[in-house]
Ligand binder design. Structure first.
Ligand code: SAM
Length: 395
C-alpha cells in the first residue's frame, strides 16, 4: 500500500514509493496490486467528455488538490534550478470563464465533428458540453457545426473563438465560403447568433466576411482594435490577477518597458510612460492606435525580441521592466536583464520551466526573486501561469 502524494507535471498521481498512476488524486491509496482507492481529494469529474477530451486533465481533483498542483508545478520547477521563493495563493479562474479557445473540426460519416482534440491524439471529441468555456462561446458550437456543414467542410479546419467587447470573434482556418449560397449562409449565421466578426483563413491570412462594427477589446480601460484571432489572456479573472500582480510589482515608475506586450494587457494598465515592444505587427498597430485614441504616453516598437533583445544600455533607462514571453521563455533577454540596473522586473510566464531557467540567470546576476503569484486560468488543465517580482538587494 502506498499513498498518492502529489500530481506530476503531466497530470498523473505519484505515490510515496514513486509509482505514476493516471487519474489518481493526492490522498488516494495505491494497493500493491496497482488498484487505486479514492481518497478525500477525489471528486466526480463534472464533464461527460473527461478524460477523453484534451481540454482538461485534472477534473478528478477537488479545488484544494488542483491548487496544490499549480503551486507544486512552480516550486518544483524552481527547485530544479536550485531556487526557492515565497509562493502566494493561487488565483484560480472559476468554471466556464475561458474566453478564447481553438476548436477543431472535421467531416466524418456525413456529420461535422467540432470540439477540442482528444488527449495525446488528433482525434476530435465532438463537444456536447463544456465546463471551462464561457457559456456564450459554448452556445456557438452547435450553430458552427451547422455552418461548417453548409460550407461543405472536406478537410480539417480550426475554429478560433474569442469573446470581445462586441461579442464573439470567430476565425475559421481551413475552409472558405465559395459561391452565393455559402456567402448567404455566412451572413445568416453571423446575424442570427450575434457574432461580432467572422473571418476565414484559407492559408493566405484572415479575410473578414462579417464585422458590422469595429471589434475591440478593452484593456486598462482603453478599447483596443482586436485583430482577428489576436492574443488575449485566457480569462478575465486571470488577466485581472496578472495585471494586479504586475502593478504591485512595479509600483509607480516614471517609465516602464513592457516586453512581449501583445495588445497591451499590461502596457495600458501601467502608470507613467510605457515603451511596448512586440513581434506581431498587427498587435503593434492596434496598440498604437489605442494609445493615440486614449492619448496615452505609450511608445510602441515592432521588434523581434528573440533576435534583438533589449540591450543592457536600453534596459537601464527604465524604472521597471515587465516581460511576458511565449512558452519558450526569453533566455537572451534574461541574460541582458541579469546585467541591467533597472530597479525591478515583473516576469509573467505561461511555462514554469522556462521561467525557472530564466529566473536562475537573473539570480546569478544578483537579482532576488521576491515572490511568485500562481495563476490557474486554464482550470483543470496542466497548464500553469504565474507573475513574479525580481529586485536587486544591492540597490
Ligand atoms: C504570452 S503573450 C503576451 C502578450 C501580452 N503581454 C498580454 O498579456 O496580452 C506573448 C507575446 O509575445 C509575442 N512574441 C512572440 N515571439 C516574439 C518575439 N520573438 N519578439 C517579440 N514578441 C514576440 C507574441 O506575439 C505575443 O503577443
Amino acid at each position: 500500500m502506498s499513498r498518492i502524494v502529489r500530481v506530476a507535471a503531466r497530470g498523473e498521481g505519484v505515490s510515496q514509493d514513486g509509482r505514476h498512476v493516471a487519474f489518481a488524486a493526492p490522498g488516494d491509496t495505491l494497493t500493491d496490486a496497482g488498484e487505486v482507492v479514492p481518497g478525500p481529494h477525489r471528486r466526480v469529474p463534472p464533464c461527460r467528455h473527461f478524460p477523453t477530451c484534451g481540454g482538461c486533465q485534472l477534473q478528478h481533483l477537488d479545488d484544494d488538490a488542483y491548487r496544490a498542483f499549480v503551486t507544486d508545478r512552480i516550486t518544483s520547477a524552481l527547485a530544479a534550478q536550485n531556487l526557492s521563493a515565497p509562493v502566494r495563493e493561487v488565483a484560480l479562474s472559476p468554471e466556464r470563464t475561458r474566453r478564447r479557445a481553438t476548436l477543431h473540426a472535421e467531416a466524418k460519416g456525413g456529420r461535422v465533428l467540432l470540439g477540442f482534440a482528444a488527449q495525446k491524439s488528433h482525434a476530435i471529441v465532438d463537444m456536447a458540453e463544456c465546463h471551462v468555456l464561457l457559456p456564450d462561446i459554448f452556445a456557438l458550437v452547435a450553430p458552427l457545426r451547422g455552418l461548417l456543414q453548409r460550407l461543405g467542410l472536406k478537410r480539417r479546419a480550426d475554429v478560433q473563438v474569442t469573446m470581445t467587447d462586441r461579442g464573439a470573434d470567430v476565425l475559421i482556418a481551413g475552409v472558405a465560403p465559395e459561391g452565393l449560397a455559402a456567402a448567404e449562409a455566412v451572413t445568416a449565421f453571423a446575424e442570427r447568433h450575434g457574432v461580432a466578426r467572422l473571418s476565414f483563413d484559407d492559408g493566405f491570412g484572415p479575410e473578414t466576411r462579417w464585422e458590422p462594427q469595429p471589434v475591440t477589446i478593452t484593456l486598462g480601460g482603453t478599447p483596443v482594435p482586436f485583430p482577428p484571432g489576436g492574443f488575449l489572456q485566457a480569462t478575465a479573472e486571470g488577466e485581472g490577477a496578472l495585471v494586479a500582480a504586475v502593478r504591485e510589482a512595479v509600483g509607480t515608475p516614471a517609465t516602464t518597458a513592457d516586453l512581449f506586450a501583445g495588445l497591451g494587457t499590461f502596457t495600458l494598465a501601467l502608470p507613467g510612460k510605457v515603451y511596448a515592444a512586440e513581434g506581431a505587427r498587427d498587435a503593434v498597430i492596434s496598440l498604437k492606435a489605442a494609445a493615440n485614441t486614449g492619448q496615452r504616453p505609450i511608445f510602441t516598437e515592432h521588434r523581434d525580441l528573440y533576435r534583438r533583445p533589449l540591450t543592457v544600455t536600453e534596459l537601464d533607462r527604465f524604472g521597471a521592466i515587465v516581460l511576458d514571453p511565449p512558452r519558450a521563455g526569453a533566455r537572451d533577454q534574461a541574460e541582458a536583464l541579469a546585467n541591467s540596473r533597472a530597479p525591478v522586473i515583473a516576469y509573467v510566464s505561461c511555462n514554469p520551466s522556462s521561467f525557472a531557467r530564466d529566473a536562475a540567470l537573473l539570480v546569478a546576476g544578483g537579482w532576488s526573486l521576491d515572490w511568485v503569484r500562481p495563476v490557474g486560468q486554464f482550470r483543470w488543465s496542466t497548464h500553469v501561469e504565474l507573475a513574479a517580482r525580481f529586485t536587486r538587494p544591492d540597490q
